[in-house]
Design a protein around this ligand. Sequence first.
Ligand code: HSE
Length: 317
Amino acid sequence: MDGENSGKKIFPENTVRVKVPGTSANCGPGFDCLGLAVTLYNELELTLWEEKKLTVESVGSGSEEIPADEKNIVWRSAKMILERSGNAQKFKGAKIVTNNRVPMSRGLGSSAAAIVAGLVGANAIVGNPFGKNEILKFATEIEGHPDNVAPAIFGGFTVSVSDKGQVQTFSFLPKIRLKLIVAVPDFPLPTHLARQVLPETVPMKDAIFNIGRSAMLIAALIEGKEKFLTYAFDDALHQPYRTKLVPGMREVFDAAKKAGAAGVALSGAGPCLIAFSPAAKHLENNIASEMVRAFKESNVESEALILDLDTKGATYE
Ligand code: HSE
């Protein structure tokens, strides 16, 4: 056991309630490595039972699309815990009740939230045999990259690296309190499509552009040096190729910056766009309405969410 969640708690009727934050990956230059957790939550009530039967009830975002069979991502994740902890015979089925506030397929980590919820919930019921770092490894195996699952587990800003099947995450809270303004357009963009448009190789100058900016971003946040944020959220590795998938992306970026945002980025693989603004400046309402207006001028309807950084990651009771 390696996590602070370790410890045995009894869950009456093998039912646990899990709350998992939405997440925004990449944060501009940190493609597949940086992420942050936001104060928008999905809730899961998971009951494990002996009978080989699955019941799924969902309300909220995308509930009509959530499969109620073996393909269900919460169940697949819970099953991974049961199999790896030797409990697959004890618990062969489950009741899954979800309340989803994180919009689906929009770049706010809805699949990471479902995976983490299933892993954390099943782990808790079977007595927490796995710590947070093992949960991170399992979640990355399912999701394919760690940048959403890491902040969903640990909260805060996260820097993750994968090496030979192991994943390491450094989670921290910035010295600057940031408001996170997210424009959510009214269309989904599946991650696999947004990854298909990326090149196999990138020019050295683009790699250098991103190395400098992601290092600058972390340093500025940890040291609380606001003026360096201006340079820190730009990207040359993925956003230029994805611009064509999100009509109005450049215009929304420009509008947010003009309204005073310190930085703007595609949230994960998109299509949500996220702006960063120090809370002390109180610019978030204006930035939000400017982003929605700029999307509308490109004929895209959107809604804006004004969020804070989640500092806890997944919790359960
Ligand atoms: N880093 C990933 C991407 C996040 O940009 O494709 C999406 O889940």
